[in-house]
Ligand binder design. Sequence first.
Ligand code: ATP
Ligand code: MG
Length: 486
Amino acid sequence: MAIISASEHGPHRGYSRAQVKYAASYVVITFVVLLILNIYCSQTCQKLFYQSKQSSMIEKCQLASDEIATLEVLNSSTVTGIVSQMESLKITRLVITDHRGMVLYDSSSEALGKYMLLPEILQALDVTETTPKGNNVFYWKYYDGIMDSRAATPIVCYGSVVGCVYMTEYDVAQGALIQSLQDTILRITFFLEVIVILFSIAFSNAFSRRLDKIMSSMRIIQEGDYSHKVNMGGNDELTILGNEFNDLTERLQTSEQKRSRFVSDASHELKTPLASIKLLTDSILQNDMDMETIREFVGNIGDEAERLNRMTAKLLSLTRAEGRTDADCEIIYMAPTVRQVAKMLRQTAEKADVALNLELEGDTPVLILEDDLYQIVFNLMENGIKYNIAGGSLTVKLSRVEDNAVLEVRDTGMGIPEEALSHVFERFYRVDKARSRQTGGSGLGLAIVRTIVQRNRGEIQVSSVVDQGTTFTVTFPAFDTEVDRS
Ligand SMILES: Nc1ncnc2c1ncn2[C@@H]1O[C@H](COP(=O)(O)OP(=O)(O)OP(=O)(O)O)[C@@H](O)[C@H]1O
Ligand SMILES: [Mg+2]
């Protein structure tokens, strides 16, 4: 019980793990991608604001420095005079210094008359060989929804730096804009992630439901219902898997049907001679018989035992034919084997008054196991004699047709009715059961022949006219090499 329940639930547990694993990795991957996109968007947005702020602040500084550069004398009162005319600058703080960094004007009045040695001012006033006219400096910081920008440009008069314009601006409006943009991008990211999570749950559920279908079908097949089919729907790899599964169960069903038919046919066939033996022995034991009758009955028992013997030998031969490999095949001519079989059956043919004709001129080499060829020729010729009529004939002809070697076994016997032709290669099939039993036939000879022919890449066909005769034609691919003819 424990084992059954383990095997029943095991695959389900595996499924849910796989399902969670796939869904989780899908969610994590999309989360990382969205996060990167999110960071990239906010960085780009901040960069755009930075660039626009930088150009506007530097422009304002330069405007002020150009105006101041026109002054004859640079001191606190001249600078204050000119700055008061520049109201349109709209900045938080404006500082004008001389070339040493001493403040000539401060809109907040905090540093007026003092040295203001801020890094931006020092950098703007820094005159080197490469920067003889100072530097334009811009510094920008965004925090808590505030854009803190600082810019400084040198005041250049007749080619030399005479001072510096320094501006600061705390832009809350633009800061709020950046904040709201970032919030919106974040909200979209979360919204998309939620959609991705819902999608992956739905997708993995659907996926595992379909896998479940196959697993339950497997369990049904395991329990022996080979007729069960799985219907996957859709048009993806799982559908192909489902179709393959159905093909497999169909093949299983066919082979299972064949196996059970074989078992029932075989036991039925074996039962008949066994029943006869039992009947004969009972008769001998229960009745007072004279010696002559007892001898006759014992003879009959021997015949039945012989028939059982032949049947089991043929069954073994059929099993061996089905399991054999190509390893021992060789390229041989067919004529020597035909002659050998003819020699073996000559006496039987004479007894049955059947003339044997061999037309072996068109012999062509074939790739086959000699034993296999012997079995084919023997069974076909034996039938040609067994199911012939007194005074009839049996002809074996070898020929070549295009790239094939052809073996033809033609008799002038009783023939096979049309409706029976398609069945003669089936195991235990006999057209006339009574007659076959009389001749000791088990109905296995042609089944063995067909199995061997097919295994050697050949084909077998039969044509027959009742009361005129039957022709079996076996075709193998020809192998044109120099081979010993003996
Ligand atoms: N040349 C033939 N002419 C007429 N009927 C034939 C001929 N060959 C086969 N048959 C019919 O086909 C049946 C199947 O033949 P098959 O060789 O498989 O079995 P069998 O001859 O009855 O027994 P086994 O060959 O196993 O001893 C035969 O019983 C017979 O009725
Ligand atoms: Mg036979």
